[in-house]
Each structure stands twice: as structure tokens, then as C-alpha cells.
Design a protein around this ligand. Structure first.
Ligand code: GSH
Length: 203
């Protein structure tokens, strides 16, 4: 399998999942502005949507949408226990989280990456993000260490990936101590350290 990624982008989430699953993968960096991969290929031929991540299989088929790729990886490696059993209520709680992170949190950060967002637009985005992070902080109110309880799932890797943008995008986390502790906990995992190192984000 080959994961098309951009350093520190949302592709870090399936990258973490692949390392947690212990699945062999090659990485190919994408220049999102030029629309080319580091091997010089036209990235639109891999993912016509133009964005990362994309996971390509030996037969050439491609899976896109990070939240879906992460769940696919979890189901490819059931022994790694990265997601509850398909069809179970717990699995739907995972789906609920993945959908929330993908459609609400992930996309709320997007204006902070766009060159044409005004200062007012950025302030409004930070206000919207803070509301969503307050909801996430509440999920940890019962003392749980991970989103679904005490074990790591692909939702934790996805949440870590998105909230990890906060510092560089001027999103304060001071009001969310439990979320900060979660970020430190997930950031210390071997899979996360390895993935970040491989993307050139850590020494
Ligand atoms: N719905 C997609 C969105 C992916 C996405 O927003 N990717 C960003 C990086 S985090 C990107 O590649 N942006 C460049 C672009 O849209 O051209 C998913 O969840 O996988």
C-alpha cells in the first residue's frame, strides 16, 4: 500500500493508523500547490479531488477520505483493536466521533489555512473551533483517557492530528486541560512519534 500525504496534514491520521496496525506501507509526499507527487506524478491521476490523504493498493485502486481510510485500516488489522467490531453500537459511537471530527472540527480549521481568509474570518473560525473543542473537553469529564474509553482507536489518531494544528494556527487550548493531557498522551505513543518523524515533523 502507498499513502499519499503532506507533512502534518490530515493524512497524518491514517498514517498513525497504519503504524498502529503494523501494516507495511510506503509513503509518497504530495506537493499540494503544484499538484504533483515527489516522484513527479500528476496527483490528480491518483485523487481527482486533489487533496490528501489517498491510499493506493497494489492493484492500483485508491481509497480517499481520511476518516474512511482510517476505519478501513482498522478493519484490515482486527488484532490491533483500533475500532470496535463492525455493526456493534460501540462501532457506531466511533462512526459518530469520526464524522464529528471530519465534518465539524477538521473543516472548522480550514479557514485558518487559506491565504484569502480575513482577520475577521480567522477570529470567527477560532470562535467556532473553541465551541467544538469545549464539546470534546466534555467527553473527557468522566476521566476517560481516550475518546471511547481506555483504549486507543482511530478516532484518537484523527483528533490528535487535527488539534495538533492549534499552536501554528493560533487556536488556544488553555481552556481545555483534559484535551491538552490527551494530546500529550497520544503524542507520546510510539506510532505517533514514528509517523511524525517519518513526515519530518520531529527530529
Ligand atoms: N474530506 C477530505 C478533506 C481532506 C483535506 O482537507 N486535505 C487537505 C489537507 S488536511 C488538503 O489536502 N488540502 C489541499 C487541497 O484541498 O487542495 C478528507 O477528510 O480526507
Amino acid at each position: 500500500m502507498k499513502l499519499y500525504y503532506s507533512p502534518g496534514a490530515c493524512s497524518l491520521s491514517p498514517h498513525i493508523a497504519l503504524r498502529e496496525a503494523g501494516l507495511p506501507v510506503t509513503l509518497e509526499k504530495v506537493d499540494l500547490i503544484a499538484g504533483r507527487t515527489e516522484a513527479g506524478a500528476d496527483y490528480a491521476a491518483v485523487n481527482p479531488k486533489g487533496y490528501v490523504p489517498a491510499l493506493q493498493f497494489e492493484d492500483g485502486s485508491v481509497l480517499t477520505e481520511g476518516a474512511v481510510i482510517a476505519r478501513y485500516i482498522a478493519d484490515l488489522a482486527p488484532a490491533a483493536d483500533l475500532a470496535p467490531k463492525p455493526g456493534s453500537f460501540e462501532r457506531f459511537k466511533l462512526e459518530e466521533l469520526m464524522n464529528f471530527i471530519g465534518s465539524e472540527l477538521h473543516k472548522a480549521y480550514t479557514p485558518l489555512f487559506l491565504p484569502d481568509t480575513t482577520e475577521e474570518g480567522k477570529t470567527a473560525a477560532r470562535t467556532r473551533i473553541a465551541k467544538k473543542l469545549a464539546y470534546v473537553e466534555g467527553l473527557f469529564a468522566d476521566g476517560r483517557s481516550h475518546l471511547l474509553g481506555e483504549r486507543f482507536t482511530v478516532a484518537d489518531g484523527y483528533l490528535f492530528t487535527i488539534v495538533n494544528w492549534s499552536d501554528s494556527r493560533g487556536v488556544p487550548l488553555d481552556a481545555f486541560p483534559k484535551l491538552q493531557a490527551f494530546m500529550a498522551r497520544i503524542g507520546a505513543r510510539t506510532s505517533v512519534q514514528e509517523a511524525m518523524r517519518a513526515e519530518g515533523l520531529l527530529q
